[in-house]
Design a protein around this ligand. Structure first.
Ligand code: TXA
Ligand code: MG
Length: 351
């Protein structure tokens, strides 16, 4: 299959530029498109055939449900059978934006889209191209992140091309995304909203609007525990992982740099390829051929935006060992460390 790549300027485009993409979606094909969080791999959410194609293109296990993207609240009522006043308040506060909510599904949503569950995940993205595509096609778009299963999520079109060229019909290229980390997922089927995946919308932000919030114990755990099963099926898979062996080193910056420099020296003395994931503030402290800055410690947003690109870069350079600094787990840091720890298979060293 030939994959067409089409550039769309997110700040200035006309609906006709989306026409070809809309036709592909209407005919059951697949189009990757930008959202404010990461690039998505879109197909018609109400078509079993399109959902099957998405799983196939990603190489994704078919029990891992897809998120359905809508452009207005009518979409929510078309897909979800029970929307509580609390959910509506959250929607009014955070939509369009990086929040996904889970509801009991209506009959018309195929089980193929929800991975066999009776619930459906719904999100109203704020990215103008995502909104334009949903509106112009008249389609509710099922879209997981547009990476091959197990690889880091794509934050620019080049990442999508790396993984999806030849596997899907079209890629809309609108440059790098703004946030760089997937949406917060909230299960709204319980009385108290339950965070299944941390993201840009934090626990405190949800609590303020909903009155209360809890967090899935499998997500809060610093180590995966055998007896705690993640409620979002996708969270149980090893994810976001570079091919190299990654370790997170925690402690004061000087101690971390000393430990990492020792580890790098040991690997390099055996002709093994080591790389360091540092920050703007600390990158000069390392004595290694491959030092990468993920962003600035003064801005958690820059770290979130840089993370997946750097994890991909580790594979591009063929890093066999990856030593990464760690980040405070407050606000956006919770989502960042959730992904970093998964990428490292929960290997961490305290110094
Ligand atoms: O920011 C995002 O959410 C991006 C963009 C493209 O919108 N999408 C995304 O999709 O990250 P994906 O498929 O990579 O992650 C969806 C997660 C998976 O962990 C899946 O298991 C969970 O959402 N999920 C979807 N439907 C669910 C449901 N009904 N119940 C529980 N978890 C669900
Ligand atoms: Mg994903």
């Amino acid at each position: 299959m030939k994959t067409v790549v089409k550039k769309i300027n997110p700040g200035r485009f006309q609906d006709v530029e989306l026409q070809e993409a809309c036709c592909i979606l209407q005919e059951g094909g697949l189009v990757a498109f930008p959202t404010e969080t990461v690039y998505g791999l879109g197909g018609d959410a109400l078509s079993q055939g399109a959902s099957d194609k998405i799983y196939h293109a990603k190489g994704r296990p078919s029990d891992n449900p897809l998120i359905v993207h809508i452009a207005d609240l009518k979409g929510l009522y078309d897909l979800a059978s029970d929307v509580s006043p609390k959910a509506l308040r959250l929607a009014e506060e955070f939509w369009p934006g990086p929040l996904t909510m889970i509801f009991p599904k209506k009959e018309n949503v195929p089980m193929a889209t929800t991975g066999g569950l009776h619930t459906v995940a719904v999100r109203m993205p704020s990215h103008p191209v995502a909104r334009g595509l949903i509106r112009c096609s008249g389609i509710y778009i099922a879209a997981p992140s547009a990476n091959l299963s197990g690889r880091p999520s794509p934050t620019k079109a080049e990442h999508v091309i790396e993984d999806m060229d030849g596997r899907i019909d079209m890629i809309l290229d609108s440059g790098p995304v703004g946030i760089g980390i997937e949406s917060t997922i909230l299960d709204m089927t319980a009385d108290v909203p339950l965070i299944l995946r941390p993201g840009y919308i934090t626990e405190d932000m949800v609590r303020e609007v909903a009155g209360g919030v809890s967090i899935d114990p499998a997500v809060a755990a610093k180590m995966p525990k055998e007896n705690v099963v993640a409620k979002a099926p996708g969270m149980k898979y090893r994810h976001y992982a570079p091919h190299g062996q990654m370790v997170i080193v925690e402690g004061k910056p000087e101690a971390v740099a000393k430990k990492i420099n020792d580890l790098v020296k040991e690997k390099e003395s055996r002709q093994r390829k080591a790389a360091v994931i540092a920050t703007e503030e600390t990158k000069e402290m390392y004595d290694c051929k491959e030092v990468y800055s993920i962003g600035s410690r003064k801005s958690e947003g820059s770290i979130a935006a840089g993370m997946y690109g750097i994890l991909r870069q580790m594979d591009t350079i063929g890093a066999e060992f990856i030593f990464a600094e760690s980040f405070a787990e407050d606000t956006l840091g919770q989502a960042i460390m959730n992904r970093m720890l998964k990428a490292a298979g929960y290997h961490r060293i305290k110094v």
